[in-house]
Every structure is written in structure tokens, then in C-alpha cells.
Design a protein around this ligand. Sequence first.
Ligand SMILES: [Zn+2]
Ligand SMILES: [Zn+2]
Length: 382
Amino acid sequence: MRALVFTGPGQMELRDEPLPEPGADEVLVTVEASGICGSELHGFRSVGMRKPPLIMGHEFAGRTPDDTRVVVNPLHTCGRCPACRAGRTPVCRNRQLLGVHRAGGFAEQVAVPAGSLHALPDGLDWTAAALIEPLANAVHAWRLAAPGPAGRAATAEAAATASTAATAGTAGAGGGSGAAVAGAAIAPVTPASAALPSASTVSAASAPPPPQPTGPIAILGAGAIGLVCLLVARHRGATDVVVADPSPQRRAIAEALGAETVADLTSYGPASGFDIVFDAVGVPATRAASLERLAPAGTALWLGLAAAEATVDGNDIVRSEKRVLGSFAYSDADFSEAVALAASVDLDWATPVPMSRAHTTFMELAGGRTDIIKAVLRREED
Ligand SMILES: [Zn+2]
Ligand SMILES: [Zn+2]
């Protein structure tokens, strides 16, 4: 099969690879769409978590052997560590990501754990389906930024899912919730008091998360993550959202999705003007700016990973009781919510790229091409 392979620092090759052989409880998925992530454009420059030779790709959707249209939750959690048992699966100590720790979606076929499959909403376009994984990041970030009934319910749901995984002993396969399609891989939820934080949080899982309007929100960066944060904010009822990005083209898309926009990533509104600021860039300047314009007791939510450093005014955090939260990936509940949400938000701003152009496009994006917000590799008929 044809695959885009990370072969060494700064090197990607579009080449023939052997077909993957699915293990026990795994399914061979024919990939229809696979998004190129900013983390991959940085990650391929050196050998870090991703070890060559590796087929990258963690944002993908495709067909199962029985032709079910699915999207794959690429995050696999152990279900046994303290984080998993507390329902905080995104920070599982043994987490593994398809396309990072094992072969992912930049290929014609990929073997995935059956429990990681979610059926796609009817009629959802393949290119849009590849945006469900980024969307799940935004669902999770919003949950952290606006705790309340929705946040508590979701945490309990995640804890219940974790208990299911622990009960079934499915180590290394944390996927599997109500929306997954491979019934054989899904264990029924059985009481497992040892794995649950408390009875009260479990009962909260039955309450659906209500929309949560807030005061003014700012989003720094209108790349794919910034835009999905905007979509979730709007869907939650936020009407006053400012998106900052220097690119006029990206600002135009943010405006079409319901935001006011400004070009300046650090001077994007009044001091003390925002209840929540999402930093979808992740450099020292945006991290500092995410706090500077926050209202007292507001929340700066950091998703960007462009640089490790941050310089912030610690005294301001103390005096104004500001919160700074990191957000990484998603729980199973967040991913399921993103699958459902994909049918009702506008995901029509990604760019489909035929697999034959995968190498060229990847290298152009890594070289700084910015007119494509999200490139999605698409399967071609031979
Ligand atoms: Zn990604
Ligand atoms: Zn774990």
C-alpha cells in the first residue's frame, strides 16, 4: 500500500509499505481522509516521541471491512493508572497515540483497536470527518475552561468509561464508548466501585451537558485548533468571541464562523476584558497576552505547543485570582461529543489533498505555506 513515511529528521517519503496485519481485537480501516497536524510539521524535524520509520497521522476517518463509515479515536489509555481511574484519561501515564507511538493514518490502510472506532454521522463529508479529532480537543478545552454541570457530568462519564476498561482488563485500548461500532470490543458498564471516585459523580453522568453562555471570550490563533475552539464556543452559546490572527485569510474564515477578529495576537482587546482566553498558538508572547487581558478570576486555557517557554506576571495571577490551565487531547466522552457535534457545526474550511500530493504538500506546509489551514490527505481510486 502507499503511505507517507517519516524516514528520518526532516525526511518524509511517499512509498510502498506492507499491508498492516491487525492483531487480536483490531480492525483494518481503509483510510478515506487523514489530516496533517501542526504537531507533525514540527515533529518530523527531529527524532522525539516519533521514531522513524513511522507512518504518522492521528486525525483520520475511513471504512471498516464491512463498509461502516468510522472515525478513529487515536488516543489509547491504560484504564488502570491513577489518572485513568480518576477519569482524567487525557493525562494517562501510559497513553499512546496512533501516528506517534505506532502506525497512523497517512496510509491506505491502518490497523486500529476495535474499541477506538466511532460511527460517523450520516452525510458527513470525509474531509470534515478528519476534523473530528481536532474538534475533540476543543470540546475538552471548553470543558476545562468552563467547569460546572457540564464539566462534572463529563468527568463522571469518563470515569465510568475508565472503569469499564479496567473491569474488562483491556490494557492499552482505552477507546470504546456508546458510539463505538464494534460491539464485540465494548464491555458493558458494570459496577466497579474500586475504579470510581464516588457514587455522586457517577449519578451526574446521566445529565446531558447544557449549553453554557459566558462573557467575552478571546481565541489567540485562527489555525485549525483556534477555529474549532471558536466553533465549540459558538455552539455553547457564546456570542462575544474575538479571534486574533495576523493572517487576513484566516480572519475572514473566523468572521464567517461568527467571531469578531483582530490582527494583533497580543493586543486583541481591552485589559481585563475577557472571561476566557484560549491560546491556540503557544509561544511566550501569546501565553503572556492570554493572561494580560483576562478579567479577574478568568481562565487562560493553553492548547498551543509552539514553544516550551512562558513568561507570565505571577503577581497578577495571585492578585486577580486568574487561572492558567493546560489542555491536552480529550476523554472518550469528549471524543463522542465531537463526533455528534461534527454534524451541526461548519467544518467546511479544510483543504482536501490527493494522496499523490501528500509529500509535496507536507513539505510545503513544513516550509511555512499558510494559505491552507488544514490539509486533509484523501484516498484516490487507482
Ligand atoms: Zn493533531
Ligand atoms: Zn492510564
